[in-house]
Ligand binder design. Structure first.
Ligand code: MLC
Length: 505
């Protein structure tokens, strides 16, 4: 059974059960499984009226809201491809995603209408943009008259692409990672088994839903189990703690920056989380001191796991058994993991550091219209090259030991230095730059740009940061600019980032 079949069965089986409780500014809105099914069917009818066909890419750039969820499920149920986009993307990135994907339809936020309207003309494949204010009331009005009597059956070919999330790279343009219905299903059934998802679970959902973590792990996890997702638009420490208690939540999923804020919260002792059964951490390495402090303060051992956009979840510490500090656990059901020499993909013995490679039914089908990049990301015998370095202990636990690529992770979000370097290159005073991640207590890593100015030109740190703000999503903006007169380079002229990190961070 594919994920969408399970969800539909849950909607029929549990029509009166609350699927979503969405809380914004103290106001709560609930959607039962029965209401979810009706709204998704109407949304499908509306999308059909707009001409959406199987295989079409439909882009959605909205804040976390209920209409986003209806669109997400309806697009996938029609056999079309959902392209979720971070609302923080500046127009340059947005138009790239729309054009590269060839999106035919775009649901966008009214708040961005003035800014986006002039550039949407540069997206020739885009037939229509629908402006939404992200309220359920407006969306219900939009779909009220849609014909939901002539809907196609759920996609039956598991290899149909359901979701496309863009990831960048240390070289080249951002790539659309195509996730199939089979991938989503393998991911969520594995997690269901490993994490003991139950119908009685209530997850406090605080993550963005335009990424794998919040979307196909946390939200799909709840829907697959017939559980309830209590959602807030974004993480706020005190609100999250209050809701975990008030809503008797059992599950919480977050990134290390969030767990750090929780352990540093000065009124942590006011919140008794003893009724909770599973608190996970992922998207970046959990610092040992946060792991330990969480145990001391909240009495829970965080369960650390490892995943990526191209796969969903790969490895996890056990639900029952030792959750080892600093380790990301063992392969999830039906997932294979190995450590290899990245030069020739040959497996390494336990205890040796090499590249983590992954195989399994959850591994994506490839990058959209980038056959070469897709081929490069797999070994000859079909293992996904993750670009992460790690080792396997003799008892099967994996530990991550860094990255073979220059990726920066800040607050659980990936930042690829070339994206920032390209923006800096367009600044009139900048001759060249090198962007690195410096270790940071709060964010894990902090984007830092080492900049060489053109002869005779001047620019201050504030000016350069302000310039970046116009062209980059906020989490990618360098927090610090270091001015230099030269960059360390190897014999081929390539900047030696490791050396630069040593001298600058
Ligand atoms: C927000 N800011 C960030 C940032 N998030 N800067 C760097 N890195 C980030 N991750 C910026 C804001 O825009 C703002 O900038 C300033 O930091 C302070 O904002 P804030 O209000 O303190 O931040 P907040 O909005 O609370 O966000 C922090 C956060 C959020 C940790 C709650 O980043 C978050 O929800 N992260 C989760 C990311 C996630 O879901 N990743 C999963 C990827 S999937 P300014 O300049 O405007 O003041 C994946 C696979 C897997 O990786 O395995 O899971």
């Amino acid at each position: 059974m594919l994920f969408l079949d399970t969800l539909q069965a849950n909607c029929q089986r549990l029509p009166d059960k609350v699927a979503i409780e969405f809380i914004v500014h103290g106001t709560s809105e609930t959607v039962t499984y029965g209401q979810l099914e009706t709204a998704v069917q109407r949304t499908m009818g509306h999308l059909q009226q707009l001409g959406v066909q199987p295989g079409d890419r439909v882009a959605v750039q909205l804040p976390k809201c209920i209409p986003f969820i209806y669109l997400h499920l309806a697009i996938m149920r029609l056999g079309a491809v959902h392209l979720p986009l971070n609302p923080g993307y500046p127009t340059r990135e947005l138009t790239y995603f729309l054009n590269d994907s060839g999106a035919k339809l775009f649901f966008a936020h009214t708040a961005a209408q003035e800014k986006l309207t002039p550039v949407l003309g540069d997206c020739p494949a885009l037939a229509q943009t629908i402006w939404l204010d992200s309220t359920t009331a407006q969306f219900q009005q939009l779909i009220a008259t849609a014909d939901s009597d002539n809907l196609p059956p759920l996609p039956s070919d598991p290899e149909t692409t359901a979701l496309m999330i863009y990831t960048s790279g240390t070289t080249g343009r951002p790539k659309g990672a195509q996730t199939t219905h089979a991938n989503l299903t393998a991911n969520i059934t594995g997690l269901h088994q490993a994490w003991g998802w139950q119908e009685e679970d209530v997850i406090l959902h605080v993550l963005p839903i335009f990424h794998v973590h919040g979307l196909s792990v946390a939200m799909h996890g709840a829907f697959h189990a017939g559980a309830t997702a209590v959602m807030i638009p974004k993480f706020e420490t005190e609100l999250a703690l209050a809701l975990m208690v008030e809503k008797r939540c059992t599950v919480f999923m977050a990134v290390p920056t969030i767990h750090k804020r929780l352990v540093e919260f000065d009124r942590a002792a006011d919140y008794d989380l003893s009724h909770m059964r599973l608190l996970t951490s992922g998207s970046d390495r959990l610092p040992d001191d946060v792991f330990t402090a969480f145990q001391t303060i909240y009495g829970h051992t965080l369960l650390e796991r490892y995943g990526m956009t191209e796969t969903g979840m790969n490895l996890s510490n056990p639900l029952n058994g030792e959750r080892r500090v600093g380790a990301v656990g063992m392969p999830l059901p039906r997932v294979e993991a190995r450590i290899v020499n990245p030069e020739d993909d040959t497996p390494l013995p336990d205890g040796e550091v090499g590249e983590v490679q992954i195989r399994g039914p959850h591994v994506f089908k490839g990058y959209w219209q980038m056959a070469e990049k897709t081929a490069d990301s797999f070994s000859a015998d079909g293992w996904l090259r993750t670009g992460d370095l790690g080792l396997r202990e003799a008892d099967g636990y994996f530990t991550l030991k860094g990255r073979s690529k220059d990726l920066i992770i800040s607050g659980g979000l990936n930042i690829y230095p070339p994206e920032v370097e390209l923006v800096l290159a367009d600044h009139p005073a900048v001759l060249t730059s090198a962007v690195i991640g410096c270790l940071d207590d709060e964010w894990g890593e902090k984007v830092t740009a080492v900049v060489i100015l053109r002869d005779g030109k001047t620019a201050t740190e504030t000016e350069i940061i302000a310039y970046c703000r116009q062209h980059l999503a906020s989490y990618k903006i360098p927090r610090r600019i270091v001015f230099a007169t030269e960059l360390p380079r190897n014999a081929l002229g390539k900047v030696q980032k490791a050396k630069l990190r040593q001298s600058v961070c």
